[in-house]
Design a binder for this molecule. Structure first.
Ligand code: HPA
Length: 276
């Protein structure tokens, strides 16, 4: 994966492998985050491929993440969904983490819907809230686009003035109103993890303009924008990262809250797909 040409060669190999399993041409790609796998149940499955079978795909090491690439239909539209994603803290390079997004693009995906579990920094947010991502801050200390750029994939200096499509945000907000689901909107900051942050770090993250904090999403979005895709991102707020009242949290609690709030997110995403 170090040579530019290897990246393109690997994408082509992976696409060729997937083409031996399905001729599906989904225009919508979906990445499901921690505790948010249930949307996958709403997809009418056509072909499911284990990540372990797919050439050049990393294999997820976190037990709460199933590693499956699902082809099927959601609200009658062809989609491809990643059930289970990869994190920087697992030890993969950002190039590997984002490889599936590149493959999605070559399968025909134009719009990427991406979800995650995140902690609230904005005190107007609370556990169980849904936050539409309006922007992000990359504090991973790394970037999936570092290294020689392959112009056949995207530009050297991709623009980031609107990583999250304003059009898609408007559609989501309209749907949320219609379904009477309250949604927040805000800026997501990506940290390396795997530890949660200190009170002082939460204070810092709030000061620099972040509303929610997590350990994912930003690398995939950078690569999706590099390849010219439209992106919609949504966070489920699983815990409150307020420095003055901070309490310890566990992964089990994060997953439990994500599971409880998930139906709201699923309803919005299903309807978005229908209208895309
Ligand atoms: N930090 C704090 N709380 C969280 C995170 C995180 O990265 N992800 C989900 N809840």
């Amino acid at each position: 994966m170090t040579l530019v040409n290897d990246l393109r060669k690997n994408i082509d190999e992976t696409v060729r492998f997937i083409r031996t399993k399905t001729s599906a041409a989904p225009m919508i790609g979906i990445i499901l985050g921690t505790g948010l796998g249930a949307l996958a149940k709403e997809i009418v499955h056509d072909v499911v491929i284990d990540y372990a079978e797919i050439p050049h795909f990393p294999v997820s090491t976190v037990e709460s993440h199933h590693g499956k690439l699902i082809f099927g239909t959601l609200s009658g539209k062809p989609v491809v969904a990643m059930q289970g994603r990869f994190h920087y803290y697992e030890g993969y390079t950002l190039k590997r983490i984002t490889f599936p997004v590149r493959v999605m693009k070559f399968l025909g995906v134009k719009t990427l819907l991406i979800s995650n579990a995140a902690g609230a920094l904005n005190q107007a947010f609370g556990r169980g809230d849904i936050m539409v991502m309006s922007d992000h801050i990359n504090l991973l200390g790394d970037n999936p686009l570092i290294g020689r750029n392959d112009e056949t994939l995207g530009p050297r200096f991709p623009d980031m003035s609107e990583p999250y499509s304003r059009k898609l945000i408007t559609v989501a907000e309209q749907i949320a109103r219609e379904l009477q689901i309250k949604v927040k909107k805000g800026v997501y900051v990506a940290m390396q993890g795997p530890n949660l942050e200190t009170r002082s770090e939460y204070r810092f993250l709030r000061t620099i303009g972040a509303d929610a904090v997590g350990m994912s999403t930003v690398p995939e979005v950078i690569v999706a924008i590099h390849m010219g895709m439209s992106v919609f991102g949504v966070s489920i707020i699983t815990d409150e990262c307020f420095p003055d009242t901070l309490k310890p949290i566990t992964l089990e609690e994060v997953i439990a809250v994500a599971n409880t709030a998930e139906p709201k997110m699923t309803a919005i995403l299903k309807e978005m797909v229908r209208r895309l």
